[in-house]
Design a protein around this ligand. Structure first.
Ligand code: FVH
Length: 286
């Protein structure tokens, strides 16, 4: 028996397997394209000839594939071998997919822990790598030591869908930031400003603006969007109109930024001009 089996050796799965090996855990690996196992075998991993062999090899089975369809594709063949195993699925997916997989695993006698990886592959194994888990608490407690090889683990609760929910929410904030940064760089780029040069302004600016998030959270939780307002929605909507106009004039598409303008205008039209930007959450939430 190995300590852990890793199914899926893409960029992330390979990093996970390396993380386990570095901490001295006997690791069995499997990937659809077998050649991806070679660098890990050189580091001491055992290559399983089939996915069934990989599942049989360890009580702890960690899966990291492209999406849930591919997880079902890969694990379907190993369905009968899952009984008594702890299945930790670190594949990106939706809360509904995680809950379905938890049920599917339980029907096969496996304990299920879903996970979201808030890190890129080179971060795996360092404390900065955050791994979110939800589902079986027994599984999390029993394998916390092995899972710590990957980074800092945070258990969110028994509902298997929670890790996916938090994961997607954090990715949403990341994608929003990168979308804004791409638009900003495209805009100054029209006047031949290099992206590298612009970063010296953009990075401290985004850090400074992130400082406003706790106040935003306070306003959202209390649903009082007029408390301590410094930059109200009407003012921001007026400035945003300039951003849209200038982008068009400089020949930059507004695809990445236009939806926010529509929402701001809707907020002002609904009478929330004196409120903070945070008030827009009322327009998008259920
Ligand atoms: N890489 C990253 O920066 C992010 C960080 C946060 C978490 N994500 C999620 O991790 C999952 C895996 O991502 P990845 O980076 O390892 O992705 P790839 O390098 O593209 O590897 C994909 C693996 O999936 C296998 N695969 C695809 N289709 C099938 C299939 N039908 N049956 C079996 N396996 C399949 C693929 O196998 P192969 O192409 O090498 O044969 C790779 O092992 C993902 O959910 C991210 O959102 C990564």
């Amino acid at each position: 028996m190995s300590d852990v089996s890793v199914i899926g050796l893409g960029a992330m799965g390979s990093a996970l397997a390396s993380g386990f090996l570095k901490r001295g855990h006997a690791t069995t690996i499997w990937n659809r394209s077998a050649e991806k196992a070679e660098p890990l075998v050189a580091k001491g991993a055992v290559r399983a000839p089939t996915v069934v062999d990989a599942v049989v090899a360890s009580r702890l089975v960690v899966v990291c594939l492209l999406n849930y369809d591919t997880v079902f594709d890969a694990l379907g063949a190993a369905s009968d071998a899952l009984a008594g195993r702890v299945l930790v699925n670190l594949t990106n997916g939706t809360p509904a997919q995680a809950r379905d997989m938890s049920k599917w695993a339980a029907e096969r006698g496996a304990d299920y822990l879903d996970g979201g990886i808030m890190a890129i592959p080179p971060m795996i194994g360092q404390p900065e790598a955050l791994l979110l888990y939800s589902g079986s608490k027994t599984a999390f407690d029993a394998h916390q030591r092995e899972l710590e090889s990957l980074g800092t683990g945070k258990y969110l609760g028994r509902d298997a869908g929670l890790a996916a929910l938090y994961d997607l929410a954090l990715l949403s904030a990341m994608w929003g930031m990168y979308a804004g940064a791409l638009h900003a760089v495209a805009l100054v780029g029209t006047e031949k400003v290099a992206a590298r040069e612009f970063m010296s302004l953009l990075i401290p600016w985004t850090h400074a603006m992130a400082e406003g998030l706790p106040q935003m959270a306070e306003q959202i939780d209390t649903r009082d969007y007029t408390k301590d307002v410094v930059s109200n929605l009407a003012m921001q909507a007026a400035a945003y109109a300039n951003l849209i106009e200038a982008s068009k004039a400089q020949g930059v598409s507004t695809e990445l930024i236009a939806p926010m303008h529509d929402l701001m205008n809707r907020g002002v039209a609904a009478g929330h001009g004196a409120a903070d930007l945070s008030s827009m959450i009322e327009l998008i939430k259920k």
